[in-house]
Design a protein around this ligand. Structure first.
Ligand SMILES: [Fe+2]
Ligand SMILES: [Fe+2]
Length: 224
């Protein structure tokens, strides 16, 4: 994957990976990256009512994404290409953190205290703690891919519907970057998950995420 250029990875995210296709029709709405349930567009109104909160929550999502990439390196240092990719992703996520922080400063706001992310906490219960090393690795990659996929879907919704022109572009740029990260996580799961049926496990992950989504999408947070 080292040779896979960024533009190609993004193209893969949109058109090839995974099966079923990137966009599927459900309830007459397009849902991205195989996600079972779309976010209710009314989330945009909730977000617009509290820009400070969404930006604060978002900043900590990017911080956690940075931390998660570094944790993957520490847990699985023998997977050299993964270490290279997580090094890149950790740098991009901390850049995203900086971008969100700048949006706060532009509005005369100061970054508040860390926000918890109950969605990610719930999703983490999906990860296998027993089993073989390959199984555990695949689950950690799919956990990352799932968060990227949902974040990407939320950024797309915000980029299409938010009134603020600066934020439209801001969310669009992040959507593209997170789609690339999603592809990277899935590709690494397939590369190093020897003997693991990654496609089957990804479908289970998507089902599990859908079971969580009933209670999310109602607060001015990226995943909430
Ligand atoms: Fe990010
Ligand atoms: Fe990301």
């Amino acid at each position: 994957m080292g040779a896979l250029k960024k533009a190609n990875r993004i193209l893969l995210a949109f058109f090839v990976i995974p099966t079923p296709p990137y966009f599927c029709t459900m309830e007459k709405k397009k849902v991205m990256l195989g996600l079972r349930l779309p976010t209710d567009p009314r989330l945009v109104e909730i977000v617009e009512g509290n820009i400070e909160e969404i930006l604060t929550d978002h900043a900590y999502c990017e911080q956690k994404a940075t931390t998660n990439a570094i944790t993957n390196i520490v847990r699985f240092p023998e997977f050299s290409e993964m270490v290279e990719e997580m090094t890149r992703i950790a740098q991009e996520e901390i850049q995203h953190f900086g971008m969100v922080h700048q949006e706060l400063l532009k509005r005369g706001l100061t970054l508040g205290r860390e926000r918890k992310d109950p969605y990610v906490h719930d999703l983490a219960t999906f990860i296998l703690h027993g089993g073989g090393r390959e199984e555990q690795f695949v689950d950690r990659m799919l956990f990352g891919a799932m968060i990227e996929a949902r974040s990407c879907e939320r950024f797309r919704l915000l980029s299409e519907r938010i009134a603020d022109e600066d934020l439209k572009k801001f969310y669009y740029d992040l959507m593209v970057s997170e789609a690339d990260h999603y592809t990277t996580f899935i590709t690494l799961a397939r590369k190093y998950g020897k003997g693991v049926d990654v496609d089957k496990r990804w479908q289970e992950c998507l089902d599990f995420e859908a079971s969580l989504m009933e209670k999310y999408g109602k607060r001015e947070t990226i995943h909430g």
